[in-house]
Design a protein around this ligand. Structure first.
Ligand SMILES: Nc1nc2c(ncn2[C@@H]2O[C@H](COP(=O)(O)OP(=O)(O)O)[C@@H](O)[C@H]2O)c(=O)[nH]1
Ligand SMILES: [Mg+2]
Length: 368
């Protein structure tokens, strides 16, 4: 039996990880064996930790997107298939990556049709970003080159998933569905709320039964695409902290994020995604924001106080690595001295992604 592979695309913060974990849990409850694969330009991923904390079989392709690390992706998929025999693998691409039909789906369909059956290429969108993209000009937080990637991700989708419908009225949703249907008549438009679990079954049903995959090869200017990726700075860090008395993690995180946000607002930096996770022996607290100035969303599991913590931070912001580095180091030293934490870094990377150089790029679709 072949393994069904579901490839998730969509801009940073659209809800890919939330959808992947939610869908994997539903499929497992139906008796399917499921694995998930996360992906990033760097390493030390919160998404991977979240997958594992959810009890899911989780692998990671680090140090580049699926298209540029096709061989790593392939090795991961084949190893999972041989060692774990999953019925389904859900793979989440880096949020600044596009052209996945040409660079990932077609080569998998061409060379590995005996091992894998590819589900429809699914691009998740955050309605807030979508609204900005439909309204003209000034409301766009990101520059045109970053926006180009967002639009290309939608253009190549077999399924466009409008996520986060819990935040919108049904009338607002209908308007968005109509606009997308007019603009992308060949795609299936599926609204969901991954956080609440709304309409996930319909999406999974299409993933598990449709033979359409990677039907829309796009015209893509790799110069503009590379400029869009390079406009974003990426920062991943891990650290450890010890305190003399148990300190309130959520409060510490809220102040840390507030310090960062003040910096971002003052310097007009557009946040694509900020994720921070504090782990300790009795649980974890995760917080994220998906736009500059938006309120953090917290997820707390287990105890809310600890003496010793491990911190992971993943940040993607439209600015230079130097300015992002400065913002993060300043915010960290402010909160750590305020709470008298003995903090040290165990991993740190802050960079601009290199131009995308896919291993394969197909110009025709494969039939399987
Ligand atoms: N309100 C709402 N928030 C969501 C939903 N899905 C994801 N989020 C939030 O959006 C942010 C980004 O989600 P994530 O799954 O990490 O996005 P990714 O970067 O595409 O993997 C997180 O704060 C999530 O909690 C949803 O259906 N509704
Ligand atoms: Mg993710």
């Amino acid at each position: 039996m072949r393994t069904r592979v579901i490839l998730l695309s969509g801009f940073l913060g659209a809800g890919k990880t939330t959808t992947m974990i939610r869908a994997a849990k539903i499929l497992e409850a139906e008796g399917k064996k499921v694995a998930v694969v996360t992906n990033d330009q760097g390493s030390s991923l919160i998404d991977t930790t979240l997958g594992r904390n959810s009890g899911l079989l989780t692998e990671e392709v680090a140090g580049g997107c699926f298209c540029c690390r096709f061989d790593d992706l392939l090795t991961t998929l084949l190893t999972l298939r041989e060692m774990q025999h999953p019925d389904v693998i859900i793979a989440e691409a880096v949020g600044s990556c596009t052209d996945l039909s040409a660079t990932v789906i077609q080569p998998l369909k061409h060379f590995y049709q005996d091992d894998f059956e590819m589900a429809p290429l699914t691009t998740l969108v955050d309605p807030n970003r979508l609204k900005a993209s439909f309204s003209s000009g000034s409301s766009l937080l990101f520059s045109e080159v970053v926006h180009y990637i967002f639009e290309k991700q939608i253009e190549e989708a077999d399924i466009i998933v409008i996520n986060k419908i819990d935040q919108y009225t049904s009338t607002a949703m209908e308007t968005m569905i109509t606009m997308l249907t007019n603009r992308y008549p060949d795609a299936l438009i599926q609204p969901i709320s991954a956080a609440r679990g709304d309409r996930m079954e319909q999406l999974i049903q299409v993933w598990m039964t449709s033979n359409i995959s990677g039907n829309h090869l796009i015209d893509l200017d790799y110069g503009t695409y590379a400029a869009g990726e390079a406009a974003l700075a990426w920062l991943n860090l891990r650290g450890e902290a010890i305190s003399f008395s148990a300190f309130p993690i959520k409060q510490w995180l809220a102040v840390f994020m507030n310090e960062l946000e003040v910096h971002f607002i003052l310097e007009k930096m557009a946040v694509a995604h900020l994720k921070v996770m504090v782990e300790h022996d009795d649980g974890f607290t995760k917080a994220s924001i998906d736009a500059t100035g938006s309120d953090p969303v917290f997820l707390v599991e287990g105890k809310q106080e600890a003496l010793a913590i491990r911190l992971v931070l993943n940040l993607r912001v439209e600015t230079s690595p130097e300015r992002l580095d400065e913002a993060v180091r300043t915010a960290l030293s402010t909160v750590n001295s305020e709470w008298k934490l003995d903090f040290h870094l165990t991993h740190y990377e802050c960079f601009r992604p290199a131009p995308p150089e896919p291993t394969y790029r197909y110009t025709n679709t494969n039939p399987h």
